[in-house]
Design a binder for this molecule. Sequence first.
Ligand SMILES: Nc1nc2c(ncn2[C@@H]2O[C@H](COP(=O)(O)OP(=O)(O)O)[C@@H](O)[C@H]2O)c(=O)[nH]1
Ligand SMILES: Nc1ncnc2c1ncn2[C@@H]1O[C@H](COP(=O)(O)OP(=O)(O)O)[C@@H](O)[C@H]1O
Length: 219
Amino acid sequence: MDARTDKAGKIERRGILFVLSSPSGAGKTTMARRLLAAEPQMAVSVSATTRAKRPGEVDGIDYHFRTEAQFARMVEAGEFLEWAHVFGNRYGTPRAAVETALRMGRDVLFDVDWQGTQQLAQSMGDDVVSIFLLPPTMAELERRLRARRTDSEEVIEGRMARAAAEISHWPEYDYVLVNEDMHDCFEQIHTIVHAERLRRQRRGAWLTEFTREMVGKQG
Ligand SMILES: Nc1nc2c(ncn2[C@@H]2O[C@H](COP(=O)(O)OP(=O)(O)O)[C@@H](O)[C@H]2O)c(=O)[nH]1
Ligand SMILES: Nc1ncnc2c1ncn2[C@@H]1O[C@H](COP(=O)(O)OP(=O)(O)O)[C@@H](O)[C@H]1O
């Protein structure tokens, strides 16, 4: 029997909300892409943002790119599970897609900052598992921001100036990893995902039924 469904085939497993945060350039997007490739059943929350599209980014895949006015209307209509100002732009998590995925028992991956993580933890409680990625050093963080070649010098300086403030939120997370070697960091994230899915509290009524039947059949 699959832990996601009961005997009637009804879904009883609630999806887990996996949140990845880090200072800009520490490797969230890279790790999120790898995780989604390894876990095709995992849904991803595509945020809405008012920031400009970077070269190579696709509307509806990387972000829903919106104007200030469009974003304000979405806030007004209560369409966000959470939203925040980051680097002078607004970013938010559209509610509908997340709720649909969770109802279907799918896990959902979020790339949001510390403000988004706090708001998600408040509204979704124990279903949230949060992971913070640290760079090995500040110099390496800056090197990665430059190597990405997606931001202007001014934007890079702004992101570096914000990095220490972002990093100060590490104690609010369930897991804190240093993204030094890409492969090792991904393996650690994947291990967390596997272990969190196995938590007793998440295995629901299936485990009660399984053990009751097992003991009942004794003798
Ligand atoms: N609160 C919140 N933060 C978000 C959301 N989407 C993205 N962010 C955060 O906004 C910050 C900037 O994101 P982005 O401009 O894509 O740059 P990058 O992630 O540093 O490459 C990152 O810390 C993201 O985690 C969201 O929906 N809500
Ligand atoms: N462990 C790592 N070692 C070296 N470079 C990395 C590592 N992880 C990510 N990068 C590179 O650093 C840059 C920033 O990573 P990215 O995933 O865009 O960060 P974020 O989404 O946190 O801003 C990218 O060019 C990426 O390929």
